[in-house]
Design a protein around this ligand. Sequence first.
Ligand SMILES: N[C@@H](CCC(=O)N[C@@H](CS)C(=O)NCC(=O)O)C(=O)O
Length: 310
Amino acid sequence: MAIVSWAWDTWDRSHHNTSLAIGGVAAAATISVIVYKHLRDRYRRSKYPKDTVILHQVGRGRFVPSMSPFPLKLETYLRMASIKYVSVHSLRLSRSHRTPWIEYNGEVVSDSGFIIEFLNERLKVNLNSHLDATEKAIARAFREMVEENLCWTLAYIKWLDKTPSNLLTTIYPQRTVVIWLMRKAIEPVMKKTLYLQGIGRHTRQEVFSRVEKDFLALSAFLGNKAYMFGNKPSEEDCSIFAVLAQFTWNLPGTNIETFIKGDCKNLEEYCYRMKERFWPDWEQCIMGDQKSAWFEFVSYPMTDPTLLRG
Ligand SMILES: N[C@@H](CCC(=O)N[C@@H](CS)C(=O)NCC(=O)O)C(=O)O
């Protein structure tokens, strides 16, 4: 009996020591990773150029420079306002857990709308100076319509409707296994979010008929004009273009793509006009047939390499 008790005590002690050792190694590894990331980020930050917007955003897409409309809106704005910027692509989100966000001379701002307000004020930019009060009101209403209504439809088509079934593997440059993992992680969250938002409670037909009405309204308002408010582009063109670009180029094979290209031809032409004017390097900014590395969740073809070294 004494031997059994001794053996048990010894095993228990050594088991306890092993657990302590594993716990210690895991804690040391976690702390090392945190310290390494902190030092690496500090080093990168020390290399950020002065008076330059550091635009943090997710990776590039195969057909559009961002898989999300909001970074595309912001990058289009930076180009329209001729503001110096550098893109940093990563999955790092802002303090409000969103992308995009910026750093400017050490100040951090998130949310594309607040970022634009911040830069307008700081750099004395006004891309809406040619709009009167009524046009400004209409511009705001259209911006809210595309950002707060149409954007949800994009999420609905990608993560709930899933038609055609190969949509995600067609538009994302990541490898099939990574897309499968993304799907497993994102789909249940999206399903819940879209239900709470409201769009997830409607039938497919109801969702698409509402989208078509939004497109027809935009198309009627644009008419024969070059940009939404005449011959000169405005701040709202950045939002409207960024969302429409997703529908025009990033939903191949969907009935919404067919609808725009058939019934709202002027919107498609508008997208090409914006692209030609503000994105002459579009082809270099998209992934095209290039695939991300295995297990890579973000694709970085345009990140300034000096910001990533170290
Ligand atoms: N109002 C925000 C919206 C940004 C936004 O919705 N970003 C999405 C990507 S499309 C995001 O960061 N999603 C991550 C999450 O919500 O966890 C803006 O204008 O920047």
